[in-house]
Design a protein around this ligand. Structure first.
Ligand SMILES: Cc1cc2nc3c(=O)[nH]c(=O)nc-3n(C[C@H](O)[C@H](O)[C@H](O)COP(=O)(O)OP(=O)(O)OC[C@H]3O[C@@H](n4cnc5c(N)ncnc54)[C@H](O)[C@@H]3O)c2cc1C
Length: 389
């Protein structure tokens, strides 16, 4: 067993670390100021300029296959990169990526949707959740009825990330009510100018998802992504493929937060000594460090299974669950160590506190991850000893 990163992994990680330190972290005060004035932290022009800067150094399309101009990085490397990006709350991501299911498109769809998404000319969003169907995604009711050479889509989607900015949506609709999720759900590529509308949903964090409304939206039949009836499997593939990336990003956030807590503990004096001298504070720091280490291994192990082409579902659910729960406990401790200052808007801790809360909800809530983990064990699909035991 080899726990060491190879030279290339270290080099890439260090490049991203330096990029974050030099290009992203200095933007934080201005990003905070804007967000608190209800403006976007980074404008799309600023994000684009940063992405182009990274592109000059070869950072473009981290997971995009090399034949599409990307870096074709594996899961472990991508997780290491995400952890570095997570060290700042600025919502930066490298350019040049497209949703994995767009690769299911035929040649024409790739030309119209996949390639412009990779190049950054077009923006997509992924819409399965509905007001009546979140965790229970099989309960979706948005429908698509065939009418000649077109499908007519009706329904409402909610909490769609990027739904306000997207110019096309991958939307999931019931095309056969009898079959439902078992062969009766289809994915459609629907341009905004085909007639769907979006409305921002205010949230406690900086993620501004959208509600989407489809009222008799007519979609040409050539805009079915994949096969008619195979949409549900595709949706699960989209969600399952990158679950490890969410807790990966959290690793960087909690590392930085605990660094802040250590600094505060060493410098804040009460009753004549630094609070670092008190066992209550030491235990919070120790527990956080142990949990960050455990999270790092859970994430990297899940990513490693992805790279091996092995079944990674149990490992990804475990990493996502642990990451969500622990990141929230850690940010709470860090806030506590900062006392009243932790609660103010002078420091970014409250910003992370609100943002990290989302990790326990989207792409499968804590409860849904626990349900998956327990079911796999109870039905014998996974062992308590895991893949290394
Ligand atoms: C900011 C944000 C961005 C999002 N982005 C997208 C997106 O881009 N595309 C998209 O399609 N969706 C997106 N979502 C939707 C997200 O995936 C859902 O919110 C999530 O799956 C939970 O569904 P729900 O909100 O309907 O909660 P519900 O399913 O109503 O759950 C409510 C509570 O009941 C619990 N619960 C439900 N079923 C069970 C069970 N069987 N056992 C135990 N407990 C259970 C849940 O864990 C939760 O605590 C986003 C959500 C948010 C908040």
């Amino acid at each position: 067993m080899d726990f060491a990163l190879d030279e290339e992994q270290k080099e890439i990680r260090d490049w991203v670390r330096t990029f974050v330190r030099k290009e992203i972290i200095p933007l934080e005060p201005e990003v905070l100021r804007r967000e608190r004035a209800n403006q976007p932290g980074l404008t799309s022009e600023e994000l684009d300029a940063l992405q182009q800067k990274a592109k000059k150094a070869g950072f473009w399309g981290v997971q995009t296959p090399t034949e599409y101009g990307g870096m074709g990085m594996g899961a472990v490397m991508t997780a290491l990169i995400e952890a570095e990006l997570g060290r700042s709350f600025v919502q930066f991501r490298f350019g040049g990526n497209a949703d994995n299911i767009l690769y299911h498109g035929n040649a024409e769809q790739k030309e119209r949707y996949l390639l412009p998404t990779i190049s950054g000319e077009r923006k997509s969003c992924f819409a399965i959740t509905e007001p009546g169907a979140g965790s229970d995604a099989k309960a979706i009711r948005t429908s698509a009825r065939k009418d000649g050479a077109e499908w007519v889509v009706n329904g409402e989607k909610t909490f769609i990330t990027g739904g306000n900015e997207a110019d096309f949506v991958m939307v999931f609709a019931v095309t056969d009510k009898e079959k439902g999720a078992n062969g009766g759900v289809t994915c459609f590529l629907v341009d905004r100018d085909m007639g769907w509308k979006s409305e921002p949903i205010p949230t406690m964090g900086q993620w501004g998802p959208a509600a989407l409304v489809f009222e008799d939206v007519r979609v040409p039949e050539e805009n079915v992504l994949g096969e008619v009836g195979q949409g549900f499997a595709m949706a699960m593939q989209w969600i399952g493929a990158g679950r490890y990336l969410l807790p990966a990003r959290a690793i960087g956030s909690v590392e930085r937060l605990v660094d802040m807590a250590i600094e505060q503990a060493n410098s804040r004096v009460t009753f004549g000594q630094p609070i670092a001298e008190y066992q209550a504070i030491q235990w919070m720091i120790a527990d956080s460090a142990v949990e960050i280490e455990a999270l790092r291994w859970l994430v990297l192990h899940a990513a490693w299974l992805v790279d091996q082409g092995a079944d990674s579902r149990q490992a990804q659910s475990m990493a996502k669950l642990y990451g969500g729960v622990k990141a929230n406990e850690i940010v709470d401790r860090v806030l506590q160590i900062h006392g009243g200052m932790g609660y103010t808007r002078e420091l970014p801790i409250e910003r992370w506190y609100r943002e990290l809360r989302l990790l326990r909800i989207y792409e499968g809530t804590d409860e849904i991850q626990r349900r998956t983990i327990a079911r796999n064990l109870l039905k014998g699909h996974a062992k308590v000893s895991g893949s290394l035991g």
